[in-house]
Design a protein around this ligand. Structure first.
Ligand code: NAP
Length: 276
């Protein structure tokens, strides 16, 4: 179970806390820290200082109604705190039993190496999908060398790869994708070509495009655990069933050869806090 309850007002963590009450031992719980400064800066202020990391975990534990988090990720690398200090604080939390495994998100190779030398890193969460294939060249080999699992976020391209979004007009005015470079103007139209091939493979396998996008990621290795997001239970089931889909060599080849998306994967502000 992955959470987005760490942005504030933290209602997701409280909600999940209620859902796992009395069955904590049956779930693997992951959440993140580092995008809220608890020393007064508030939401949106990147802070992975040891003190802030500790304040964040205490808040999450309380809201989740548990005394440990299985996988605790740093959300974005903090340019003002050496990663060694952050991971040092996390290692203390591991020793205290409050955190089981440490994760990073959108960290670059150098940060990953430095972090891993302080305490083993269990997982890296970074965008990876049919239209964002950047991690394949450098990150994946490094993660495999170090024995770190990979968690591709936005594996459905925020819904684009499912073929359900055919025009930007389908998005409401307050939908954040309205300003995502891949969903705007000419880029939107050009990116639809990627979806056409995904749909073609889906038709051959009697699967849905969402399942093909996930099956392609799962075919990249056993160390890859994509986390599609949805608000609907039926789609959770549909997406889980992707695990049973086998792409043949020809289908894999066609998907591998797709031109990656046109347009940056986040807007300028969000790209500036991603390590590359
Ligand atoms: N580490 C990070 O910095 C970071 C950044 C972004 C996202 N994430 C995480 O990654 C996860 C997913 O990312 P995401 O939500 O941006 O993108 P995503 O998983 O690529 O796409 C989610 C979108 O696809 C739709 N969808 C899901 N399953 C579908 C299906 N079977 N058929 C048709 N449409 C389907 C959903 O709509 P409905 O909800 O209406 O079903 C939603 O709009 C989240 O858990 C999020 O927290 C992490």
């Amino acid at each position: 179970m992955g959470l987005s309850g760490h942005y504030g007002p933290y209602s997701n963590e409280e909600l999940v806390g209620r859902a796992i009450k009395d069955r904590r031992d049956q779930v693997v719980l992951a959440t993140k820290f580092g995008l809220v400064s608890h020393a007064g800066g508030g939401p949106g202020v990147i802070d992975s200082s040891p003190a802030n990391t500790r304040a964040a975990v205490e808040g999450s534990l309380k809201r989740l109604g548990t005394d440990y988090i299985d996988l605790y990720y740093q959300h974005r690398v903090d340019p003002n705190t050496p990663i060694e200090d952050t991971v040092g604080a996390l290692a203390e939390l591991v020793a205290e039993g409050k955190v089981r495994y440490i994760g990073l998100s959108e960290a670059g190779p150098d940060t990953i190496r430095r972090a891993h030398s302080v305490h083993p890193i269990a997982a890296l969460q970074t965008e990876y999908s049919l239209w964002t294939r950047d991690p394949k060249a450098e990150l994946l080999p490094l993660l495999r060398q170090l024995g770190i699992g990979f968690v591709p976020y936005s594996p459905l391209g925020h819904g684009f790869l499912t073929g359900e979004i055919k025009s930007p007009d389908q998005l409401s005015d307050d939908d954040w994708r309205k300003t995502n470079p891949r969903f705007t103007g000419e880029n939107f139209q050009r990116n639809l070509r990627i979806v056409d091939e995904v749909k073609a493979v889906a038709a051959e396998l009697d699967a849905t495009p969402a399942q093909i996008a996930l099956a392609w990621l799962l075919a990249q290795g056993n160390d890859i655990a994509p986390i599609p997001g949805t608000k609907r239970a039926a789609r959770v089931e549909e997406n889980i069933a992707a695990d049973g889909i086998e792409l043949n060599a020809n289908q894999l080849e066609r998907l591998n050869n797709l031109t990656p998306a046109v347009g940056e994967r986040h807007d300028e502000g969000n790209m500036s806090v991603i390590e590359r």
